[in-house]
Design a protein around this ligand. Sequence first.
Ligand SMILES: *Cc1c(COP(=O)(O)O)cnc(C)c1O
Length: 344
Amino acid sequence: MFSLKSIVRKNIWELTPYSSARDEFKGSADVFLDANENPYGTLNRYPDPHQKKIKERLSTIKKVVSNQIFVGNGSDEVIDLAFRIFCEPGKDKALTFSPTYGMYDVSAAINNVELIKQPLINDFQINLNQLQPYLDDPSLKMIFVCSPNNPTANTFNVQDVEYILENFNGVVIIDEAYIDFSEQESFISKINEYPNLIVSQTFSKAWGLAGVRVGVAYSNAEIITLYNSVKPPYNVSQLNQEAVLASLNDLDTFESNVDVILKERKDLKQKLASLKMVNKIYPSDANFLLVNVDNANETYQYLIDQKVIIRNRNKLVDNCIRITVGSPEENEKLIESLQLISKS
Ligand SMILES: *Cc1c(COP(=O)(O)O)cnc(C)c1O
């Protein structure tokens, strides 16, 4: 049986969170002299520590309750806080499936937590048989499931992810940074069903706001309360909150940008497939393509010379490069450059 108290670090369970001036007085008034702010300027006031307006919008769009939403300083903060809430440094462990997003590794190392990496099999799916013994290890506190996965671009089988949610007594963090480019439904609709589920999303990809640094976690109210008590009180700046709100109030732009990227993904895939140097393009549920080429190191270097930068993923997946789907003009420039290599 999953019990939240038994997997949260004792010091965090017992933590008395910081109480800000805006926590202690929430009403309206004429004069605020309670936060040592400067009376002059335009950004002189502390931002809303609970990002209420953003949560109201997200609550409608994602069909969850406001107290099931945590707004963080990028997904980086969502990941880092998970380690700090659930993993005793030097003692507890976390697990993920490789190859995957490098930040889990870095965040684990910063928090002095061992990260176990289970290799993906059969075109990058989870190997449940190999995972089974870990599910019963009481020192394993978290499993990161990146779906759609970076850099392999695929989503995992829903039944496999549900098996983990049902058979693991720690928390399962599903990183859905790329979910808006996928046909698969978000796991957000299952946060009421699984008490150990945290879904992480971001404004950095489909929303086009990587510069703004806002990530979101969706979970049950108990887990979100823990997140809120551990985060720095004013973790999302006024400017960042305003940028996110402007986007949330313009869903048409969001949808049309995603549509263009999906169409470009299809076109790019077709054009790449016609090149002699390209051996395989993996199916993509994200805004990038993982491509096996004759020689990834050479291709990468050649494209740099053409002033086109892609990601060389040769060390993670043999002779693979990862190409972000860009604008039609950017994709055209990439294809022209690759056609030159094919000829040379
Ligand atoms: C890009 C990406 C993110 C986004 O991180 P932010 O800190 O929100 O910019 C999260 N997870 C994965 C797997 C990514 O590839």
